[in-house]
Design a protein around this ligand. Structure first.
Ligand SMILES: NC(=O)c1ccc[n+]([C@@H]2O[C@H](COP(=O)([O-])OP(=O)(O)OC[C@H]3O[C@@H](n4cnc5c(N)ncnc54)[C@H](OP(=O)(O)O)[C@@H]3O)[C@@H](O)[C@H]2O)c1
Length: 172
């Protein structure tokens, strides 16, 4: 199973604006959901899950497997989301379910966790035509030097671009 980190990003490197809202141009959320729905799974951090759960936008996001990462005891009741306490537990659930490509959908803390644990094989960035100036950076904390190889680039509309990179591993 491959693990892909997938984020919409402003041209100045933010995943949300200064209010913590991913206020990207129209169509960005639908494009983001289309990839997640195709892959049929998503892993999200507790904060991102909470931001989304009572929002009308959630109706566009309907993969079969939806996992919330949290170190706490959380009650997901009838939400349709499953709980994992660590990146490895989330990936084990998806692997067991027969998923080919696990999608790590953010936010910043989750992106950083998966990168720090060297769990990410591909990074897909939807580069959105907006600059937030101030906001939530993609990773937030310092990363180890990471070399990437571009595998694909595809226009999503007149202004946005989807980029797929492979994370290159150091030869042992
Ligand atoms: N542009 C995009 O594509 C995109 C996508 C998603 C989200 N976002 C934005 O990202 C922002 C949220 O990012 P964020 O960094 O504040 O929060 P987040 O990554 O969504 O969630 C953080 C929480 O996830 C849990 N978590 C993270 N790593 C973990 C690990 N290794 N093991 C166990 N639990 C772990 C922790 O929950 P506990 O505290 O419960 O342990 C942590 O407090 C929002 O503004 C959202 O809109 C943007």
């Amino acid at each position: 199973m491959r693990t892909t980190l997938f984020l919409s990003v402003s041209i100045d490197g933010f995943i949300a604006d200064k209010e913590g809202i991913p206020r990207f141009p129209e169509g960005a959320w639908q494009d983001w959901c289309a990839l997640v729905n195709d892959a049929d799974n998503v892993i999200a951090g507790r904060s991102s899950f909470e931001q989304l759960k009572d929002d009308a936008m959630a109706s566009a996001l309907n993969p079969k497997h939806k996992i919330v990462l949290s170190s706490r005891d959380i009650d997901l009741a009838d939400s349709g989301w499953q709980h994992a306490r660590s990146p490895s537990e989330a990936l084990a659930i998806l692997k067991k379910a027969g998923v080919d490509e696990a999608i790590v959908g953010g936010g910043r803390a989750v992106a950083h966790s998966f990168m720090r644990e060297k769990r990410v094989d591909h990074i897909v960035i939807d580069l959105q035509p907006v600059a937030f100036g101030v906001g939530t950076p993609v990773f937030g904390e310092v990363l180890d030097l990471t070399q990437l190889k571009r595998l694909d680039s595809q226009p999503l509309n007149e202004s946005a671009l989807r980029l797929r990179y492979e994370v290159l591993r150091e030869e042992k």
